[in-house]
Design a protein around this ligand. Sequence first.
Ligand code: PLP
Length: 357
Amino acid sequence: MSKFWSSIVTRTEPYIPGEQINDPSIIKLNTNENPYPPSDSVENAIKDELGGNLKRYPSPTVDSLRETIAENYHVGKESIFVGNGSDEILGFSFMAFFEPGKTIRFPNISYSFYPVYAKLFNIPFDEVNVNSDFSLDPSAFFESDGGVIFPNPNAPTGILLSLSAVESIIVQNRNQVVIIDEAYIDFARETAVPLVAKYPNLLVIQTTSKSRSLAGLRVGYAIGHPDLIEGLNRIKNSFNSYTLDRLAIVGANAALLDKSYYEAITRKIIQTREWISKELTQLGFHVLPSQANFVFASHKKVTAINLYTLLKQNGILVRHFNQEPIDNYLRITIGSNTEMKLFMERLKRILRKNTHL
Ligand SMILES: *Cc1c(COP(=O)(O)O)cnc(C)c1O
């Protein structure tokens, strides 16, 4: 607290990101990063750019990257906004599309950045209870006062809401903006992007941090009606003309062009996820059906906080949320096959010692 703080700073409760540890001997399964490196083309593009024009500002409109994204998703360039990570786009979206005084809705089990933005911008919110199996009830989001936002697949559960259910929420909120945070959609079946052409109230936000192995480069993008994109640009251009630097622009562009490489590592992660889900179930875990690059699991006998601590002592970092009703669950990022074999070995040893199986 300081008497010099504005009322905004005083009321804000910042988001706390997962631990970032630089010890290479730690198996890091706590922040849903991709275990595989980015495509070689990314490093080459960045090296070329380093030899070029760093003394000049980057493009304020980032047309090259927006064109690549537009081609990938079969929409026009005017339907694309790019930002410094999807978190920045989420923040801009709360300001651009949600109104102080009009209550928005998001699930009570969801990305914990949403209440942070809502409080920052003075937007009232209802946290809609998820079902007992952690799935979402679409009708609970119908006819909101101020708009709707949710991740799909949901975080930290990994559960996917079907495209028809997503569409019903958009249809039942014709006069509000519905934001779908698709940070993990490449590990799932179906994106809502094709619905953008049909619904001017839909904004889909994606990121290169997870499926494109570029968490360190900070590039996210939004796909929506050109009027929504213009709204985001008005906010962005009131903060910073250049949210993406030259290296980020060329790196993300190269990643989005190398589809075959990313399809291959995504397939590998999905295979490992299915294998790990089966193994954990056999070890006495309740594992939610994940369509993301992580699993959310709870053990019958050993508490999540104990497992978190024991795993950490054994060089494995996972994520635990100290918040009901998920405080007995662990979120485990899917690492490489090698990492996950070590994870299983150490977990089995821990369980043998701490249960009487
Ligand atoms: C990781 C994540 C993001 C943030 O991604 P960045 O692009 O790295 O800022 C947004 N939403 C959800 C649900 C996430 O899990």
